[in-house]
Design a binder for this molecule. Structure first.
Ligand SMILES: NC(=O)c1ccc[n+]([C@@H]2O[C@H](COP(=O)([O-])OP(=O)(O)OC[C@H]3O[C@@H](n4cnc5c(N)ncnc54)[C@H](OP(=O)(O)O)[C@@H]3O)[C@@H](O)[C@H]2O)c1
Length: 330
């Protein structure tokens, strides 16, 4: 049987362009003992992929080698198995890459609980939910009544951060790149205030929305929001640095705020990446299922169709064109 996959064949410049990928047709190999064949049904597109395409060998995960299938996580069904731990018919999640079929020995594949759709997995239980929970709850240690600001608030991670914040009794302010996204945050997700970071007087708007200052800042973007928030942090505030997407598509990263305020306000600033925290996944999954079943986590999926839609589609993340968790249905 033949299937399609997409390889990374060049490093990206400032922007991701279609010529760095090559679509190939492959034959499914005969399985060896211990191997499984997965038909991938949904593939996640994430901002971190820009970093994975770059030649940087000094980051938290090695780059994708040129000529290899582009790395991504996804959900699929086991259609053939020579591994008793992974029976035919099981739904699995893991790093399968930009490919319609995946062959592996099961390492890195997680059997997913029945009764949960692939969309719910990718939008809530996989990277967005785990990242939001690890960052806000485990690192941010929120206390009821505190004020949380989250940037990239209408995105897949940010929208869950804000909703967990509401569930934990915080006052939640989000920033996002359009009035429509801000309306969704306030009207449907229950944020106390959402601010369009592209509108005028950003610092003044953030100040007005945070009369008691800011206790926790969940950083997804960098850029002007970071500067405005930094100077409103309260004593012993926590800044959780999850992402800096405003700097992913530029060769001139923006300067950060002056460190003086870290001393004045005794701030804790911590970066984190999910691959350090896989051992915490069972606990976090249970917590996320709890919020979800209680109706405290809503999501939007932004679904593209067909493997090759990933090639242009990934750029929606950098233009703000995605409304919800970006994924490809295969
Ligand atoms: N540390 C970790 O382990 C980890 C794990 C997952 C994700 N992340 C990070 O979390 C952040 C959000 O990721 P996600 O998967 O949830 O993506 P997402 O927020 O669903 O999509 C990306 C969003 O970023 C916003 N954006 C793009 N360019 C921007 C800019 N110049 N300034 C401000 N906002 C910009 C756009 O929204 P607007 O319309 O609002 O501009 C876009 O919709 C990213 O920085 C990502 O790298 C980190």
């Amino acid at each position: 049987m033949k299937y399609q996959a997409i390889k990374l064949i060049k490093r990206p410049g400032v922007h991701i362009t279609p010529d760095i990928f090559e679509a190939v047709t492959l034959d499914t190999p005969a399985l060896e003992d211990g191997q499984v064949l997965v038909k991938q049904t949904h593939m996640s597109l994430d901002p971190a992929m820009k970093g994975w395409m770059s030649p940087d060998k000094d980051s938290y995960i090695p780059p994708v080698e040129l000529g290899d299938i582009m790395r991504s996580s996804g959900v699929g069904e086991i259609v053939e198995s020579r591994n008793d731990n992974y029976p035919v018919g099981a739904t699995v999640g893991g790093l399968m890459g930009w490919t319609e079929y995946y062959v592996g020995d099961g390492k890195g594949l997680r059997i997913l609980p029945p009764g949960i759709s692939a969309e719910e997995v990718l939008c809530v239980l996989a990277l967005p939910g785990l990242t939001a929970y690890q960052g806000l709850v485990e690192i941010g240690r929120p206390r009821s009544g505190e004020t949380l600001v989250v940037s990239g608030a209408a995105g897949s991670v940010g929208s869950i951060v804000g909703q967990i914040g509401k569930a934990e009794g915080l006052r939640v302010i989000g920033t996002a790149g359009s009035d429509d996204k801000c309306r969704w945050l306030e009207d449907e997700l229950g944020f106390d205030k959402a601010i369009n970071y592209k509108s005028d007087n950003l610092a003044k708007q953030i100040a007005e929305a945070t009369p008691d200052g800011i206790d926790i800042y969940f950083e997804n973007t960098g850029g002007p929001v970071q500067h405005a928030v930094f100077w409103r942090m309260n004593a012993h505030g926590r800044i959780i640095v999850c992402g800096m997407i405003a700097d992913y598509n530029t060769d001139k990263p923006s300067p950060g705020p002056n460190w003086l305020n870290i001393i004045r306000k005794r701030l804790t600033i911590q970066g984190f990446t999910m691959p350090d925290h896989w051992d915490n996944v069972p606990k976090m999954t249970e917590a996320l299922i709890g919020y979800y079943k209680a109706g405290q986590l809503k999501y939007r999926a932004h679904t593209l169709h067909g493997l090759e839609s990933a090639i242009d589609g990934i750029n929606l993340l950098f233009t703000g064109g995605n409304t919800g968790k970006l994924m490809v249905e295969l």
